[in-house]
Design a protein around this ligand. Structure first.
Ligand code: ZN
Length: 173
């Protein structure tokens, strides 16, 4: 098992558009295994490759619900969205900060799994929120970007204080 270092807000890799995966090969599967180890070690529900310093379109997810799928999604694409819902989100790359984010209530997402097989997931609830958060990471978008400028500023001020104080918080995905 390998737990990778998680990149933190301020690292430019979190802001870049990631490249498509060309082939689901041994190397990618090894990365996916390490990302899952890292996600579970951090008690997160999702983790995207740029968060461990790899600018590729792949993430792992597990919302800890036996009735929901979990695993890896490679080259994901949100095919459709419906409704809207508000819920609290955090991020493993922004430990200690969380806020309410409005997202689509349900989505249909397609991509490849860790075996390179095509998958299609109809997601609602927490899984839908998690998958949208992870797709955002592949486009260099963070949950902060969905907040109003005022809320974002309040959170970033809190973040700056945390940096000074060295307080350790827990993020989610
Ligand atoms: Zn995140």
């Amino acid at each position: 098992m390998s737990v990778l270092d998680i990149r933190i807000l301020g690292d430019p890799i979190l802001r870049r558009e990631c490249d498509p995966v060309e082939e689901v090969d041994r190397e990618l599967r090894a990365l996916i295994r390490d990302m899952r180890d890292t996600m579970y070690a951090a008690d997160g529900v999702g983790l995207a490759a740029p968060q461990v310093g790899v600018p590729l379109r792949v993430f792992v997810y597990d919302v800890r619900d036996d009735e929901q799928p979990s695993g890896a999604l490679v080259n994901p694409r949100i095919e459709s969205r419906s409704g809207s819902s508000k819920g609290e989100e955090g991020c493993l790359s922004i430990p200690g900060l969380a806020d309410v984010v409005e997202r689509s209530e349900s989505i249909v997402i397609t991509g490849l799994d860790a075996e390179g097989e095509r998958v299609r997931i109809e997601a609602g609830g927490m899984l839908s929120r998690c998958l949208q958060h992870e797709v955002d990471h592949l486009n260099g978008v963070l949950f902060l970007d969905h907040l109003s400028p005022l809320k974002r500023k309040l959170l970033l001020d809190k973040w700056a204080k945390r940096e000074e104080g060295g307080e350790v918080g827990a993020g989610r995905s």
